[in-house]
Design a binder for this molecule. Structure first.
Ligand code: IVH
Length: 731
């Protein structure tokens, strides 16, 4: 990886002159083949990519162009001639009945037009085209004999993949048995291809759990999918069975069994969240569909998950409309896509167009342009966060990217600055990751003039001058250890008390928090709830020119009062305990019901709470060990903050055993309110619709979850139905 990134800057985008200077096309060809093969190995074999998809595509395209200009270079082992994807060797090899091809890409509408032009020329007309979304997941090959699933394999190199049949039994979208329907018996042999993936909600939930369990989260949904599909679940089961048979009746033995069981459960749970969408047919016996769309209809009828978004278009105009529609909507979909796949619908016509060794001529993947711009990195500054973490961030000349102006982006830590290879003064590539968070991708090295300088991480806190240090030797982050009185940390913590996911006090915005500290009205977050009108009247920020309190100041006082009775989890979040966000806080609140019970709980008890793991437990323990933290709690309690769940009787558990998904806006419930109503009655709320969802509550302007509910045939409720369900009535 080091080798790759060191050379990448030079290789990924040299100017025409640079490349001329390389002159030796063969040398460049060798470099490109090496880079692409290494990247493929990391992407497919180790599930750990080091190049962005766009960079990979750029290299690949350059190699194709180079080979087109110098055909003597191309050989059968060039990556342009192979599918890419190696088996990692953990699973038994399986030969596919028919080769699994890859797809050629079109990176612009001109390239898409060019493909349409070729199809038109070969056939003399433009045939109906099937458009569907290009899912960013893992290709799998499923074989059904007489309707029974006999094999599931990864794509591998296109001829031979890895046998993941055992794991597939835990993926709910993969039917073990096909359902014959009237007039459509299941064929003797059916080889079907599809994409296995995590949707965004499942990916986020899974990563939150990984974090809670003290494990490293996955970089993206695709890697998480690959990692999950490639778990050796069968070995875990064997290991557990062996341990059950041989482990003696000792405490250590019991602990080992518990750990093995938990590992196995987690693996199976992860597989249970994977989804499948089928997108092609390989070898068949006893069934010959005439068109791709007819094939999808049959596959759906037999119980295989097909995409509701696939449509057949008749001309260029309809195709463009499809591409534009999903280009605009793509970030709102419930799973990641990286483009649109266009296929000739008629299967005999597909045969006439044929395929190369790598990809069919009858299909093309149109890739959406990554929204990347170039701008000047004018400085790298550091920010001191709420928990003292010192993070460098990029200050840039304002640039328009993905619809908004961006001038700052976090750089996470000093390692990350080094890894990206950016210098202050560089021209940099900038994008919005997932179209939301700005991210500096790297420098445009050939634009350097020598005036750029390296960023040096400060040794002392820019806010309070304390020497910075990593907290533990293994930390990549450095922190300001002056937690209690560093002004930067204080501002962040006081502001955080009122955050939407904490005590939700609108009047305690950033400026108000700064004013409270600067006027000396609060020494730290402990003083916030004791604020009075007389206090605020002494600070210009909260008073009008006539000396009266501003409307905002009055509102702040009312909101502070109201916040004192907020649910315990909000108070927990407001205390800025490291790693305790809303999810962990809810779990702790549900289990312990009061802050004092949490304080008095032992580490093991905390860690055994569902949704809390050893890391969070330790953070909670360490937090309470600090005397001034306990003072903060005491001051809050003194001021009347409840910090306990109400002693009221438990609500009737009308939702016990039910899982609901809520989408869209409800009239009488806020987002959190609806969720709490379900949780308080013993139910579960999930972020994504699956077969396990009992009800989908649909409010105004629902997202794609409503569609998915319809696809999966899950019952849909309006708000009135939801209210009846909560009450324990027939919805
Ligand atoms: S069709 C011969 N359709 O993209 C046609 N592939 O970059 C082969 N993919 O290997 C594939 N969504 O794993 C097809 N709707 C879709 C797809 C899709 C994602 C994947 C597939 C393929 C890769 C090529």
């Amino acid at each position: 990886m080091g080798r790759l990134s060191a050379r990448r800057a030079r290789i990924v985008g040299g100017t025409a002159q640079d490349k001329d200077r390389l002159v030796d096309h063969r040398q460049r060809w060798i470099e490109l083949v090496d880079l692409i093969n290494t990247a493929r190995q990391q992407y497919y074999g180790a599930d750990h990519p080091t190049l962005s998809d766009a960079e990979y595509d750029t290299l690949f395209r350059e190699l194709q162009d180079l080979e087109a200009a110098h055909p003597e270079l191309a050989g059968g082992d060039s990556p342009t001639q192979t599918v890419g994807g190696e088996r990692a060797g953990m699973f038994a090899p399986v030969e596919h009945l028919e080769r699994m091809l890859s797809l050629d890409n079109a990176f612009s509408s001109a390239e898409l037009e060019a493909w349409l032009g070729r199809v038109r020329k070969d056939l003399g007309h433009l045939p109906p085209l099937l458009c569907e979304l290009k899912i960013d997941g893992l290709a799998v090959d499923l074989v059904y004999r007489d309707g029974r699933l006999v094999s599931v394999a990864t794509r591998g190199d296109g001829r031979v993949g890895e046998d993941v049949t055992y794991n597939a039994r835990f993926i709910p979208g993969i039917p073990q048995q096909l359902t014959p329907t009237a007039g459509l018996p299941v064929p003797e042999l059916l080889e079907v291809r599809g994409e296995v993936f995590f949707d965004k909600a499942a990916f986020e939930e899974m990563n939150a759990e990984m974090l809670a369990a003290g494990r490293t989260p996955f970089a993206n949904a695709r890697n998480a999918g690959a990692g999950s599909l490639r778990q050796r679940v069968d070995r875990r089961e064997e290991e557990l069975a062996l341990a059950e048979a041989t482990t003696g009746d000792t405490a250590r033995g019991a602990a080992k069994l518990a750990r093995l069981r938990a590992d196995l459960d987690r693996s199976i749970q992860r597989l249970g969240r994977l989804r499948l969408t089928v997108h092609g047919v390989g070898r068949t016996e006893g069934w010959r569909p005439a068109t791709q769309s007819e094939a999808y209809a049959a596959l759906a009828a037999w119980g295989l998950p097909t995409a509701a978004t696939a449509v057949v278009v008749a001309d260029d105009g309809e195709l463009t409309a499809y591409v534009e529609q999903y280009g605009a909507q793509r970030h709102g979909l419930d799973h990641e896509i990286d483009g649109v796949v266009v296929k000739v619908d008629d299967i005999a016509t597909q045969g006439r167009l044929g395929a190369t060794s790598r990809a069919p001529r009858w299909a093309i993947a149109y890739k959406y342009p990554p929204e990347v711009v170039r701008t000047r990195l004018t400085d790298i500054e550091v920010n001191v966060g709420r928990t003292g973490r010192v993070t460098p961030f990029a200050v840039m000349e304002p640039a328009q990217v993905a619809g908004s102006t961006v001038s700052m982006a976090t750089l996470h830590n000093a390692n990350e600055v080094r890894r990206k290879g950016v210098l202050i003064g560089d021209l940099v590539f900038l994008r919005k990751a997932g179209d939301v968070i700005p991210e500096v991708l790297g420098p445009v090295v050939e634009e350097r003039d020598g005036s750029e300088r390296e960023f040096v991480m400060p040794t002392h806190c820019p806010a309070c001058g304390t020497a910075l240090a990593p907290e533990k030797e293994t930390d990549i982050d450095i922190r300001c250890p002056n937690v209690r009185s560093c002004p930067a940390q204080l501002r962040e913590r006081v502001h955080h008390v009122g955050a939407r996911g904490a005590m939700d006090i609108e009047g305690l915005g950033w400026k108000a928090a700064v004013a409270l500290l600067e006027c000396g009205l609060v020494a730290d977050e402990g003083d916030v709830f004791a604020l009075t009108a007389a206090d605020l009247a002494t600070c210009p920020f909260f008073t009008r020119t006539d000396g009266e309190l501003t409307a905002n100041a009055e509102a702040l006082l009312t909101q502070l009062e109201a916040a004192k009775d907020r649910p315990l989890w909000r108070g927990l979040v407001a205390l800025s305990i490291r790693h305790v966000g809303p999810t962990a806080a809810r779990a702790l609140a549900a289990r312990f019901r009061s802050l004092s019970a949490i304080r008095d709980a032992g580490l093991a008890e905390l860690a055994a709470t569902e949704g809390v793991g050893p890391i969070i437990a330790e953070a909670v323990g360490e937090w309470f060990a600090e005397e001034w933290h306990r003072d903060v709690v005491a001051k809050w309690e003194q001021a009347g903050v409840v910090l306990a769940e109400p002693e009221t009787e438990q609500l009737p558990q009308t939702m016990a055993g039910l899982t609901v998904v809520i989408t869209g806006t409800l009239t009488d419930f806020s987002r959190d309110g609806a969720k709490e109503a379900v949780l308080a009655r013993g139910g579960k709320v999930s972020g994504s619709v699956s077969k396990k969802t009992d009800y989908v509550v649909v409010g105004d302007n629902p997202g794609s979850k409503a569609e998915k509910a319809a696809d999966l045939g899950r019952p849909i409720l309006d708000e009135a139905g939801f209210v009846r369900l909560l009450a324990g009535d027939e919805p």
